[in-house]
Design a protein around this ligand. Structure first.
Ligand code: TXA
Ligand code: MG
Length: 313
């Protein structure tokens, strides 16, 4: 199939209405969307990405009212998070409405819901007229795409359309918080920090503090965010013997003659740039990427989470 490139939200939304799959920008990363109520369309997302069928999708809404189409109920804690952080880089996990096909949630009786704040995303979702399920628009296992060109690199001729927007503002995927139990549980770190969640619901805990019978966020067990190169997390004053075939990204100065280096002015800029940096390293055939560690506060916690996953991959 040919992949249509457009910056026109109505042209992109038309593909969704006809049962197609469309990549679109948000403030976190680019997503690959389909009509949540169209099982055949949702199946195309898993095919295009080569995504394991046991990894559930996040449903994206244009307005808070649309959540009622997806969730059986919204707990008081979920309401508090929605009021505080929607629209924005937060996904709340709620009990799934029976209208939502099981393929969208990988068989779970819960569903993740998010309302992006990036204007073009909101205009696109409004034009679609239905909630849109969307994982990140990369081939499974690769770094999430933060530009439309990165989507094209992974998914050209595998999807119907790419809605072309700006490079994404944040650069890391949304925070995911499970609101289906007595206390909210942070399942994935993102731009909304644990401290910010706790400022709204003080009881909120981290996933590692809970013992579940089965993994609550199945996606967390899959290989993630990995460039082909080996990722090494270093402290600011590390030493290497040879900069050849190596790259560096961090806040500090790159002390060695790396083949490729990115010195960021802030942790926010580092988070914003890291996935595209990984992709650029792969295009250059870099073998080792040294990533400077950062303090785990604010977006730094999400950044360190992604770096660790990349280093495992
Ligand atoms: O920022 C984002 O969240 C981006 C943009 C496109 O919105 N989307 C994204 O989707 O990162 P994806 O599929 O790459 O990651 C979704 C994560 C996975 O770790 C998945 O397991 C978890 O959210 N998730 C989705 N639905 C869930 C549910 N019902 N219960 C627990 N975890 C869920
Ligand atoms: Mg993903």
């Amino acid at each position: 199939m040919q992949t249509v490139l457009t910056s026109n939200v109505n042209e992109a939304a038309e593909f969704i209405r006809r049962g197609g799959v469309v990549a679109f920008p948000t403030e976190t990363v680019y997503g690959l969307g389909a009509n949540v109520f169209d099982e055949a369309a949702v199946a195309k997302i898993f095919d295009a990405k080569k995504r394991p069928a046991d990894n559930p999708l996040i449903a994206h809404v244009a307005s808070v009212d649309q959540i009622a189409e997806l969730a059986k109920s919204i707990s008081p804690n979920a309401h508090l998070f929605i009021n505080a952080f929607f629209p924005g880089p937060l996904t709340v996990v709620l009990p799934r409405s029976e209208r939502v096909p099981l393929i969208a949630t990988a068989g779970l009786d819960t569903i993740g819901v998010r309302m992006p704040r990036y204007l073009l995303a909101n205009e696109f979702l409004s034009a679609c007229g239905v909630p849109v399920v969307a994982p990140s628009a990369n081939l499974s296992g690769r770094p999430s795409p933060t530009t439309w060109q990165a989507v094209l690199e992974d998914l050209d001729r595998r999807i119907d359309c790419i809605l072309q927007g700006d490079p994404t503002e944040i650069g890391l995927e949304s925070t995911v918080v499970d609101c289906t139990g007595d206390v909210p549980v942070l399942l994935r770190q993102g731009a909304v920090s644990l401290a910010e969640l706790q400022s709204v619901v003080p009881e909120t805990i981290e996933y590692k503090q809970v013992r579940y019978d089965s993994p609550r966020s199945p996606g967390l067990k899959h290989r993630h965010y990995s460039p082909a190169a080996t990722v090494v997390i270093t402290d600011p004053k590390f030493e290497i013997s040879d900069g050849r075939s190596s790259a560096f990204i961090g806040i500090g100065k790159a002390e060695y003659p790396f083949e490729f280096a990115r010195e960021c002015a802030s942790v926010g800029e580092y988070a914003h740039s890291v996935f595209e940096f990984f992709r650029e390293c792969d295009r250059m055939g870099i073998r080792t990427i040294y990533c400077e560690s950062v303090p785990e506060t604010g977006i730094g916690a999400a950044l360190m989470d992604r770096l660790r996953r990349a280093a495992e991959g």
